[in-house]
Structures are given as C-alpha cells and as structure tokens.
Write a protein that binds this ligand. Sequence first.
Ligand SMILES: *[C@@H]1O[C@H](CO)[C@@H](O)[C@H](O)[C@H]1NC(C)=O
Ligand SMILES: *[C@@H]1O[C@H](CO)[C@@H](O)[C@H](O)[C@H]1NC(C)=O
Ligand SMILES: *[C@@H]1O[C@H](CO)[C@@H](O)[C@H](O)[C@H]1NC(C)=O
Ligand SMILES: *[C@@H]1O[C@H](CO)[C@@H](O)[C@H](O)[C@H]1NC(C)=O
Ligand SMILES: *[C@@H]1O[C@H](CO)[C@@H](O)[C@H](O)[C@H]1NC(C)=O
Ligand SMILES: *[C@@H]1O[C@H](CO)[C@@H](O)[C@H](O)[C@H]1NC(C)=O
Ligand SMILES: *[C@@H]1O[C@H](CO)[C@@H](O)[C@H](O)[C@H]1NC(C)=O
Ligand SMILES: [Cu+2]
Length: 542
Amino acid sequence: MRSLAFSLLSLATAARAATVTYNFTATWVWAAPDGVGRPLVGINGQWPCPTIEANVGDTVVVHLSNELGNQTTGLHWHGINQVSTEDMDGPSGVTQCPVPPGSFIKYEFVVDVAGTYWYHSHNMGQYPDGLRGPFIVHDPDDPNKSKYDEEVILTVSDWYRNQSLDLVRQMLVPANTRFQPPIPDTILVNEGQGANINFVKGKKYRIRLINFAALAGAFLHFDSHTMKVIMNDAALIKEQEAYQLRVAPAQRYDFIIEAIDRDSGNYPFLVSLDVNRDFQNPALGALRFPYNFTGYLVMDNTQPLDKVDVVDVWNPVDDAHFQAYDGAAPYADYNKLIKLDFQFCFDANGYPRACFNNVTYIGQAVPTLYTAATTGDDNSNPLIYGQVNPFIVEDGDVVQIVVNNLDEAAHPFHLHGHHFQVLDRPGPTAGSWPERDVNYASEPPRRDTVVVNGQSYAVLRFKADNPGVFLFHCHIEWHVEMGLTVTIIEAPSKLKGLVFPDDHLDNCRIQKIPYQGNAAGNTQNYTDTTGFVTVPPTIYNG
Ligand SMILES: *[C@@H]1O[C@H](CO)[C@@H](O)[C@H](O)[C@H]1NC(C)=O
Ligand SMILES: *[C@@H]1O[C@H](CO)[C@@H](O)[C@H](O)[C@H]1NC(C)=O
Ligand SMILES: *[C@@H]1O[C@H](CO)[C@@H](O)[C@H](O)[C@H]1NC(C)=O
Ligand SMILES: *[C@@H]1O[C@H](CO)[C@@H](O)[C@H](O)[C@H]1NC(C)=O
Ligand SMILES: *[C@@H]1O[C@H](CO)[C@@H](O)[C@H](O)[C@H]1NC(C)=O
Ligand SMILES: *[C@@H]1O[C@H](CO)[C@@H](O)[C@H](O)[C@H]1NC(C)=O
Ligand SMILES: *[C@@H]1O[C@H](CO)[C@@H](O)[C@H](O)[C@H]1NC(C)=O
Ligand SMILES: [Cu+2]
C-alpha cells in the first residue's frame, strides 16, 4: 500500500511539473527608493526586480542578458541547492565566468523544495546596487495550507546612496585598520518606504520575510499580533510562536498572522535596522537602531494610520532552538571536521581583509568548478585550486563545520548547495568550540544561513550527497569582498570530466579567461602553482 501511495504521488507531481521561463535583461535604471535618486541595477528596465514564482518540481529557466555596459554580472539562487545542476549556482569565479557586457547566460534548474528564496548577483558586490528579488517556490500540497488564506512577501534591507564599487574601494584601503564596513544611509521595506498590508478581519496571512541587506540584520514586531513561524530559510519547522524576530542578511522566515476580529483598527508593525556589532552583548555599548520603519496592517482604510508600535527591548526568539518539522536527529558519525577560526587580518600590502584560519579568499583565474572538472584525479588535491580556501569532502561524507567567531560582532554564515543542521549556536562571548560534541540539539533546525554570535561559535552538519563546488561565506556582502569565504569541493570523484554549456564557457572565451586546468589555467602540470594569485589586488575591480 505504502509504495503504491508513493508512486501515485510522484506521478501526480510529475504530471504537474512545468517549465517556467523568465527573460531578464540587466540594465542601469534610475530610481529613488528612499526619495533620493541614484542609478540602480534593474531588470527589463524596471526596479524593484521582479519576483520569480514556480511550483515545486518545476524547471526554472532564466535567460540573463547583460546590458549594463560597464559591469559584468551573474545571478545566484539563494537557498536552491542545485542538486545535479552544480554549474547553475551562479557565483562568479566559482561555478561560472562573470557575464560581460553585451553577453548572456542561461540558467536552468529544478526547484525541488518549496519555500521562500531570493536571487541576487554574486558578482563584484553588486546586489546592494539593487540586483536582487524574491524567489517563491509554491507547494500545491503545502502541509500548512489550511493554516492561512493569503500570502504576502515582506522584504527588508539596508540601503546605500553610493554605488557598491565606490563603497568597496573606499573600504579596502590600508587606512581602514579597524575593518569598518560601509554604514547604510537608510532602511527599505519592500524596496521602498511604504509597505502597508491590506488585512481582512479574521483572515490568516502567511508572511514571507526576506532580508536583502548588505550589512544589517532587522528586527520585526507586530502590534497585538503574534507570529507563528512555520519555516526558516525554506525549511519547515515545528510551529513556533514569536513576538519578535531578528532576520539576518540573506535569511528568510515564513510565519502566519491572523487578523484579529474584535475590531477594524489599523495595527502598526515596526521594522528596526540592527547595526549593532552584537545586540545581545551589552558590553559592546549602547544599542544602535538608527533606522526604523513603521508599516500598517490596514483593516479599514477610512481609519487613520497614526498608531506607533513601541518596543522597549529587542529580545527576539532564539532560532537555534527551532526544531526541524520531521524531528530528524543530527547526522551521526561525522567523518570530516572543517574547523574555521574567523578573524579580521591584513594582507601583504597592509590592506584590511577577513580570514578563516589566517587565510583570506583570493579569486583565481579559472572558476573552481571548471578546475575540478578538468584536472582528473588531481582534483582531490587542494593545492591545485589556489588560495580559494579549498576543503575537499568525499562523496557521502558527513561533514561537521565549526565556526569560531573571534570577532566581537555577530556574522551570518551561508552555505551553498545544502541546508545544514544547526547543532549548537550559543550566545555571545561563549568562546571557541570546546572540541567536544556535547549538548547538541536533538531535532536541529536545518537552514542555509546561520548567525554566529560575537566571540562565540556554531556547530553545523551536512551530508555530502550533492557533488559540486559550493561556497561557505559570511553573507555580509562587504565581508565577502574582504575574503571571508571558503570553498567546499564536494565529491571530486564525481566532478571529473563534467561538461558545461557552451553559453557558460563563451563568457570565459570572450574575456580570455581560461576554463581548464589548475587555478592558473595550467593544463600540463596541475601542481605547478606558477601564476596563482597569492596577494589580493590593490585596486578593486570586482
Ligand atoms: C524570451 O526570449 C526569447 C527569444 O529572445 C523568446 O523566444 C521567448 O518567447 C521569450 N520568453 C518569454 C517568457 O518572454
Ligand atoms: C556604470 O554606469 C552607471 C550608469 O550610467 C554609472 O552610474 C556608474 O558610475 C558606472 N560605473 C563605472 C564604474 O563606470
Ligand atoms: C558617496 O556619494 C557622495 C555624494 O555624491 C560623495 O560625496 C561621496 O564621496 C561618495 N562616497 C564614496 C565612498 O564614493
Ligand atoms: C528605533 O526603534 C528602537 C526600538 O523601539 C528604538 O530603541 C530606537 O531608538 C529607534 N531609533 C530611532 C532612530 O528612533
Ligand atoms: C506545517 O507543516 C509541518 C509539516 O507537516 C508541521 O510540522 C508544522 O507543524 C505545520 N505548521 C503549522 C502551523 O501547521
Ligand atoms: C593565526 O595567526 C595568529 C596571530 O598571528 C596566531 O596566533 C594563530 O595561531 C594563527 N592561527 C592559525 C590557525 O594558524
Ligand atoms: C610540476 O610542477 C611542480 C612544481 O613546480 C614540479 O615540482 C614538478 O616536477 C612538475 N612536474 C612535471 C611532470 O613537470
Ligand atoms: Cu561578516
């Protein structure tokens, strides 16, 4: 009976699966999301960028043309694990060459898990210039469907009036000895500064909350309404009530709120940008919430929108204590430990950088996936990839990543290609991992981005069942540009000889970027490191 039910189910799913195609042309557009005009990267002449929507099981095709004229581009599908389509993940220098002006690239992949995602440029610090949008994968058989009537997307972000390239160039100078990132100019909600939600008394709403920020986390609170959280980062959790949420850059929460039916008042909600180094650590001084936004749940638009939502102390729910909906235990018997000590550092020219284990990520000539595919058995030798902080994991390994955050600030770390389990994530100043596997969550939440508190650590696990080359990095965009990235070379034995689409390789050919051999494009002697980039360029060009 059981197997019959399963095969009927998969037949039904297969019958529904469709191909959803989007044609995107990236151009500069002029817009004023906070009232101050500036050039932004938009799509098809519009900004905000469109929402991608599909049903689970569908194939999504995006034709991306670069008409920016003066910058390369590319897109990453944040949270989509790219099972069997590792070459569609999108980061430049990792799974593809950047798309030069006048060229295009086709992305094609199956959306295998329903939930709330987003897409963004993963090229030269470009998404804070606007190239980002929501990506929703619907599930017609959503187990929570009876719990809500309507869906609403709510995006939050910090916002800069200067262009990213200028901000990064100003940050990466020897005088920046305190590793200061650019500080935002304001806050955006739904890419603007008006985001009221029309509510009907008694109805239930599923809110899909996404943080698009380059730097700041955001707090959220609704007056008189509690949030019932059902998903984190597109992974189902056991329903969890929350009065306040903190959503870090790149994270998502799906939650349900019910419009109260005792009256038809308009209820405010507060979004507060968090530029604290670590809001939980009082030793770091006064809490800083420089930009607030008040929106309304509008039940009666003849009534005034004048109430304010006052929050005295931000004390958000602890997402490390969420529980996976299926109650799955931690993967047992990990056989690969990747221990990463993060601290800021300086390069040989005295430029501020960010380091894992005292090594900063430096992009190489050949995209790392292309090296893995074209170097035969040598592809399991980390030496051939250059200073991209390569870690080899074999097919089927159970991998434990430990991040020791030696910095005082909290940082959100993101893994491509997997939803990891969060086994432990203590509060600030807990110090480094005690090197013992104790006190772990018994039903750990799975997600793709986790906040690691200041002077503290996190323990994450995943199973290496998705061959590819996947980044693990801080999702503060400015820290990516400082080199806070490692590269996981997953199942190299299955990457040997992979063939890539011509339109992807054409983008390398046009720019004379090598796409075979070791990090420097040596196709004769893979262990010859001549030509590897060992010091970051002093002039930042993305
Ligand atoms: C996308 O563009 C191609 C050719 O440029 C065209 O054939 C196709 O109909 C377009 N698809 C959509 C969904 O606009
Ligand atoms: C690229 O073009 C945009 C739009 O014209 C302009 O605002 C920006 O300064 C240019 N960037 C560079 C690096 O030339
Ligand atoms: C940001 O823009 C302002 C106004 O145009 C300019 O004065 C300032 O130098 C810019 N900052 C950077 C880092 O380019
Ligand atoms: C923003 O809201 C928070 C919480 O209510 C408050 O502590 C902070 O002072 C506010 N910031 C500003 C600039 O009003
Ligand atoms: C949503 O569905 C999951 C999986 O069936 C379940 O564990 C969770 O409790 C549901 N949440 C709500 C609010 O019903
Ligand atoms: C990193 O460098 C610091 C200071 O130079 C040193 O104390 C530490 O042992 C180094 N860590 C590793 C993992 O090499
Ligand atoms: C490959 O390069 C390495 C490093 O330069 C060198 O030691 C080795 O002899 C070379 N192998 C061959 C076959 O030339
Ligand atoms: Cu960071």
